[in-house]
Design a protein around this ligand. Structure first.
Ligand code: ZN
Length: 411
């Protein structure tokens, strides 16, 4: 089988059957025919192709309803690998996984400070090379690489239009890496990728409509509507950082006032802590600033102080939680999801839950659940390789995207 293209998966029936085996395996050929309404010979032919491709294996015999016991089929999870790459604030996380999402290898690599576009692509190329070596050593051919990155991303072109933390624009990630490695490369916004991981492996698994909110240095939302990621007209849906939340709020890095980022993101929390210290508020943070002999206060210092009972730090995190709660309330009222899945430190702040339930309309509040992710710190790399998995098992997304692009495509 050639892994260099997805010609082998071009048939919609083939990917439908493969996905059915993923979701319902172990499953018999007869059951597949029944559910898909494809004829038994068609199912048999396609299953034979999937067996030849090593994507599917025959497993134990199923229970018989009279007559011969049917042979069951399941995905050959351990034969191949997929690679997930998450471009962090100042580094690259890499994971090599089986087709069922089990991670076999994890790597953490650095990104040089203020890289040029060429330097960044070189570092990314190196990350893919290292991951491919791991797959090769395991004798598991790589079916695809998924990359999650911040900022504005065109997933069809696999291009990062604008990456704020790297201050880079128009990076042709997909074309660059595919010309080098000849395997399919998928690129998407990091939080959208996380929402996909929740949909495949996490608490969004059986939900049609949910929102993932990630809070860290930056704040973003990944929106799943009717079982599909929602992109918006310019791939910017879910960029909630600079939504205005307080007319009289503090200045934000974007030049406006009272954005969510000014209260909730790590830089916003640090800026507010420094302001409070300058205003003479008493706090153990004064000592942490002195101890670090000139080094900058970080959001981690604020978290630590809050854990140790510092009144100022507790207030700042409480307010951050409250503002995030207001934002989440707004999202819930606009999108009516089943669930909101939270990622990141501030999202654990207790006032968040209180704020959401205080502002939500009562009947809405009883319908929506707000939960912490259970995927842990690997959620972003899981999201990244799930982009590759989706391409293998559920490639029809392209058709849906193209139809929206007729109106929205601008670059
Ligand atoms: Zn702003």
């Amino acid at each position: 089988m050639k892994t260099g293209s997805f010609q082998w998966m071009k048939s919609l029936n083939k990917s439908t059957i493969l996905n059915m085996i993923r979701l319902h395996g172990p499953i018999s050929r007869a059951e597949i025919a029944k559910i898909t309404k494809l004829t038994p010979p068609t199912v048999t032919n396609i299953v034979n192709e999937l067996l030849d491709d090593h994507l599917v294996v025959e497993s134990d015999l199923g229970t018989s309803t009279g007559g011969r016991k049917p042979i069951m089929l399941e995905v050959n999870n351990r034969h191949f690998s997929v690679i997930g790459i998450y471009i962090r604030e100042r580094g690259i996380d890499v994971a090599v996984a089986n087709l069922d999402g089990t991670i076999n290898h994890k790597l953490e690599l650095e990104i040089s400070e203020h890289p040029t576009k060429e330097e960044f692509l070189k570092e990314l190329t190196n990350a893919v090379s290292l991951a491919l070596e791991k797959s090769k050593a395991d004798e598991k051919p790589t079916l695809g690489v998924g990359i999650g990155i911040q900022g504005q991303v065109n997933p069809l072109k696999g291009e990062a239009k604008w990456v704020p933390n790297l201050k880079l624009e128009n990076i042709p990630i997909k074309t660059h890496l595919e010309s080098r490695f000849h395997i399919p490369i998928e690129v998407d916004h990091d939080v959208r990728a996380i929402a996909l991981a929740e949909n495949w492996f996490g608490q969004g698994r059986d939900l049609n409509n949910f929102i993932c909110v990630k809070v860290g240095t930056r704040i973003g939302a990944g929106i799943m509507l009717n079982q599909e990621l929602y992109y918006g007209a310019h791939y910017s849906a879910g960029e909630i950082e600079h939504t205005p939340i307080d007319l009289d709020g503090p200045a934000c890095s974007c030049g406006k006032r009272g954005c969510l980022a000014a209260f909730v993101g790590a830089p916003g929390i640090v800026r507010r802590a420094k302001q409070a210290l300058a205003d003479g508020e008493s706090s153990t943070l004064h000592q942490s600033v002195q101890k670090q002999s000139g080094a900058d206060l970080t959001s981690k210092d604020v978290y630590t102080a809050a854990m140790e009972g510092d009144v100022l730090a507790i207030r700042l995190l409480g307010e951050a939680g409250q503002y995030l709660g207001m934002e989440i309330t707004n999202l819930i009222h606009v999108l009516d999801p089943d669930c909101v899945i939270l990622h990141g430190g501030v999202s654990r702040a207790e006032p968040l839950q209180e704020a959401v339930h205080a502002y939500l309309l009562a009947h809405v509040s009883s319908q929506v659940s707000i939960v912490q992710t259970k995927l842990g710190k690997v959620a972003p790399v899981m999201g990244a390789f799930t982009l590759a998995l989706k391409k293998i098992f559920d490639p029809h997304i392209d058709e849906i995207d193209h139809s929206t692009l007729r109106k929205g495509e601008q670059w």
